[in-house]
Design a protein around this ligand. Structure first.
Ligand SMILES: [Zn+2]
Length: 445
């Protein structure tokens, strides 16, 4: 426990350097770092595979040397001469999710990862770290990059065809969301643009995204697939698609992901973005969201709009799932460690979470409201009043037991939230605050 706190303190001390002026250190250009992360349930190693440069920089230009959240992965860029931290980005990886799977106890596997950092003017030292679910460092790679290195390959001079479907400002002032077409053939290009518009409607009809809308740009990236719809291994259907997504990730039916991360970044080269959402042309439920990496959703499933905004909660704001089934191979959130995600707590450090939003006298754990019928009853009885009660409870903050895939010892802020069930309209006040904070952070406010 103590070790964890010390490590976190060290991590954040490194990040708390003085504010950086973008132009002092960086060109209007991106340095792309392709890595391979390999290992098993206990060990992880990070290898540098290649370096590339792409035109423009779509990321943030403020708050450069501090992270929004801790994440499970951190990339830190230091001026090689002075050691000063000049850029930090945090994220999570599919590899680390896999480490909690039983398969990881039996075999070593490798996963692709890509990080984008602003292109440095002078040589830099780059450190990539991974932290485990106890928030302890589990892997580290440090290497230098000289911006004059002849092996930094220029990419993105002829980017994938793309168009803005919502533009509210420059890339520097707004969060840029790239919507990437997956499983759309040449003949499906008009459908993709319609689906991209539906995705925008889905995200920005929900608060707080609706109120923050003018701080986002959305770009539709018209990648073309040879074949329709993604690969579905459990049915023996293997398709040649632009992003290489497939169902059955980690043998879970609805876990739709892509492991072709380097190729995805090739498709995005030269397009300014902060966030990537892959829109998958399929009607079978599936998707996923990995913080600051990737959000994926299928566009023809009836719940598309509801699922997308939930997955984007993971990908954009680092929100945890507030539901719990107790079906994990190992606990995703050990009870002796406060998770870094803003909307769940183990009570190890509740002060750092939503304690300030809990009304005085609220019991812990907060008992669920017995007057709210179950979803099944609401649908069976067409119970409008019950639905109203359900939606109202999303705003009543307490400390409810169950969350983060665990029924005991992990707590969530409200009885029902968008990060728990898709049927309610709103995010809870804690998730809402996190989305606003993320947006302020990435747009430098
Ligand atoms: Zn919530």
């Amino acid at each position: 426990m103590k070790k964890r706190v010390l490590l976190s303190a060290a991590l954040f001390a490194a990040f708390s350097a003085a504010a950086q002026n973008y132009d002092d250190w960086f060109l209007d250009k991106t340095l792309r770092l392709d890595y391979v992360i390999a290992g098993n349930d206990k060990n992880a190693d990070i290898y540098l595979q290649s370096l590339a440069s792409t035109p423009g920089w779509g990321g943030r230009r403020a708050n450069l040397s501090e992270p929004y959240l801790e994440g499970n992965g951190q990339i830190t860029v230091r001026d090689a001469e002075t050691g000063q931290v000049i850029y930090v980005q945090t994220y999570s990886t599919l590899f680390q999710e896999w480490q909690t799977e039983e398969e990881a106890t039996k075999v070593n596997k490798a996963f692709e990862a890509t990080n984008l950092v602003p292109f440095p003017k002078k040589p830099v030292e780059i450190t990539v770290t991974l932290t485990d679910n106890h928030r302890k460092e589990s892997a580290r790679l440090t290497h230098t990059v000289d911006p004059s290195d002849i092996l930094i390959r220029p990419k993105g001079e002829n980017p994938t065809p793309h168009r803005y479907i919502m533009k509210n400002g420059s890339s520097a002032d707004c969060v840029d969301i790239a919507l990437v077409a997956e499983g759309y053939t040449e003949a499906d290009s008009a459908k993709f643009l319609l689906d991209a518009q539906r995705a925008v409607d889905a995200i920005f009809t929900h608060e707080p995204f609706q109120s923050l809308k003018d701080r986002f740009n959305v770009i539709a990236v018209q990648a073309v697939s040879e074949e329709k719809s993604p690969t579905m291994p459990r049915k023996g259907q293997w398709h040649d698609t632009a992003v290489g997504t497939h169902y059955d990730t980690f043998y879970s039916d609805r876990y739709l992901m892509s492991e072709e991360v380097h190729h995805l970044y090739d498709l995005l080269a030269g397009i300014p973005f902060d966030q990537v959402i892959v829109l998958v042309n399929a009607d079978t439920y599936g998707g996923g969201g990995i913080f600051n990496q990737l959000t994926i959703s299928t566009t023809d499933h009836p719940t598309f709009k509801n699922v997308l905004v939930h997955e984007f909660g993971h990908g954009y704001a680092g929100l945890a799932d507030e539901y719990f089934y107790d079906d994990g191979f190992v606990p995703f959130y050990p009870l002796d460690t406060e998770p870094w995600e803003p909307n769940i707590t183990t009570m190890v450090d509740f002060d750092s979470k939503w304690k300030d939003l809990v009304p005085a006298g609220t019991p812990v754990p907060t008992p669920p409201d017995p007057n709210i019928p179950s979803l099944r009853e609401i649908y069976k009885n067409h119970d409008k009043k019950g639905m109203e009660l359900l939606n109202a409870c999303t705003q009543k903050v307490g400390v409810f037991e169950g969350g983060g895939y665990t029924s005991k010892g992990v707590f969530r802020p409200v009885q029902e939230c968008r990060m728990k069930i898709n049927e309610v309209e709103n995010f809870c006040p804690v998730c809402t605050r996190a989305i606003i904070r993320a947006t302020d952070f990435y747009t430098g406010r």
